[in-house]
Design a protein around this ligand. Structure first.
Ligand SMILES: [Zn+2]
Ligand SMILES: [Zn+2]
Length: 424
């Protein structure tokens, strides 16, 4: 058990994990470079799985550190392994690196220089925090019994970047050259959010984020003159009925406590006012927080759409493009992470979220294979109410860079504590 170096007595969580005074000093010393890197990434955002400028910035920031770096070939992913001086298992930390295809309207002096491209989800902060964590833990290499794998991931915003990295063998690192095993014991990811004040973190055991699938339904009828609908098979009222029926299906067929969302976001039909078109298409998104409900919603959408179309002698073709799975946190990893966060940030600053977030995350692919947790990091700008702050994905979103200090401390502590090192 670590003794507090300050006059303030250690809290119960600090009794368990250590007071981390030296670690916090280290984080303080890294903040200038962390902010500089974050702003550099913010200025030159990139989209998808190919992020050459971002990769270059990360690699030059990691230069000189004692890391074994693997550059992924199917994407711009980087796997960087820090091997401690003592043997032990491996812990993985993830930071995603990609931005969004949208304009930036923040007036920040480091605002995006790339047209229609913005780091509006804070992945620039994640990447920078992970680089700083690599620096911090490299300095502590002599006390580390095991290894830390840093996963710098592209393509989180819908491009399945994590899956590409897994398919390329990211996790196939458990066997060392000398034949000893160092399996990946846990994996953690942080996600900054403006809906939680800086200085707080939150997450929950079990489902923490939803699955996300893309829906498209085409109703095929028979076109004709708008004045004589009885000579046609008009797909437009049928499309409207299906849109309504899907909402009824969600409330009547899906368990209230294992919810799902179907939102129709696009209706495509027709060309002018005197023509009944042959087809109408409905598009939207499907979210669920369990695979059971996800499958049930898929089946129900097919039944409802095909059944309604058949009632009017038409055909509905349902296509569901499978997106990210449900992100499921390992409960013990969540308790562990929140207890560590409390020891770093203070009592009441690490919260169990009552319900999942209906957004989706491709860290879900990692958590399907390795126990661990996705943890939200408070990042509302100073003086702004989290309830009214521009949210992640807004063209006006801004994050409190001071929150990065909490993120670096938490990433580092999760790695050290997973490997059994007391925080000092
Ligand atoms: Zn996002
Ligand atoms: Zn994100």
């Amino acid at each position: 058990m670590a003794k507090s170096t300050s006059s303030i007595p250690a809290t119960a969580s600090q009794e368990r994990h250590g007071v981390a005074a030296g670690l916090k000093d280290q984080v303080g010393g890294l903040m200038d470079s962390a902010i500089a890197l974050r702003r550099g990434l913010h200025k030159w955002p990139e989209i998808g799985n190919t992020l050459p400028k971002t990769r270059d910035q990360v690699l030059s920031a990691l230069e000189g550190l004692p890391l074994d770096i693997t550059l992924h070939e199917t994407t711009s992913g980087i796997a960087a392994m820090l091997t401690g001086d003592k043997p032990g298992p491996t812990v993985m930390l993830r930071g995603d690196m990609d931005a969004l295809p949208m304009p930036e309207d923040t007036d920040l002096d480091f605002a995006s220089k790339t047209e229609n491209c913005m780091h509006a989800c804070g992945h620039d902060t994640h990447t920078s925090m992970l680089v700083s964590t690599a620096k911090l833990l490299s300095e502590r290499r002599s006390e580390i019994p095991g290894r830390v794998l840093f996963m710098f991931q592209p393509g989180e915003e819908g491009y399945h970047g994590a899956k590409f990295m897994l398919d390329e063998g990211l996790l196939n690192v458990s066997k060392l050259k000398d034949g000893t095993e160092s399996p990946i014991k846990a994996a953690y990811a942080l996600h900054i959010t403006t809906s939680m004040p800086a200085g707080m973190v939150g997450t929950r055991g079990g489902p923490v984020m939803a699955s996300s699938d893309v829906l498209s339904i085409t109703i095929t009828g028979k076109g004709g003159h708008a004045s004589e609908p009885f000579r046609t098979l008009d797909p437009i009222p049928v499309a409207c009925e299906i849109v309504q029926a899907l909402q009824i299906m969600i409330t009547r067929k899906i368990e209230t406590f294992d919810p799902a969302v179907v939102t129709i976001t696009k209706l495509i039909a027709g060309t002018t006012t005197n023509v009944i078109p042959e087809t109408a298409t409905i598009e939207g998104t499907i979210r669920a927080v369990s695979e059971k409900t996800r499958n049930k919603v898929h089946d129900s959408i097919r039944r409802v759409a095909e059944g309604i179309a058949a009632a009017y002698e038409m055909q509905a073709t349902v296509e569901i493009k499978i997106g990210y799975p449900v992100t499921v946190n390992d409960k013990p990893s969540v308790d562990f992470a929140l207890d560590i966060a409390e020891s770093l940030l203070g009592e009441g600053k690490a919260v169990h979220m009552p319900s999942p977030v209906m957004g989706a995350e491709d860290f879900s692919y990692v958590l399907n294979q390795i126990p661990g947790a996705m943890v939200f990091l408070g990042g509302t700008p100073q003086g702004v109410n989290p309830a009214t702050a521009a949210p992640n994905h807004s063209n006006r979103v801004m994050f409190d860079e001071a929150a990065m200090a909490h993120g670096i401390a938490l990433y580092s502590s999760l790695a050290l504590r997973t490997l059994g090192v007391t925080l000092n």
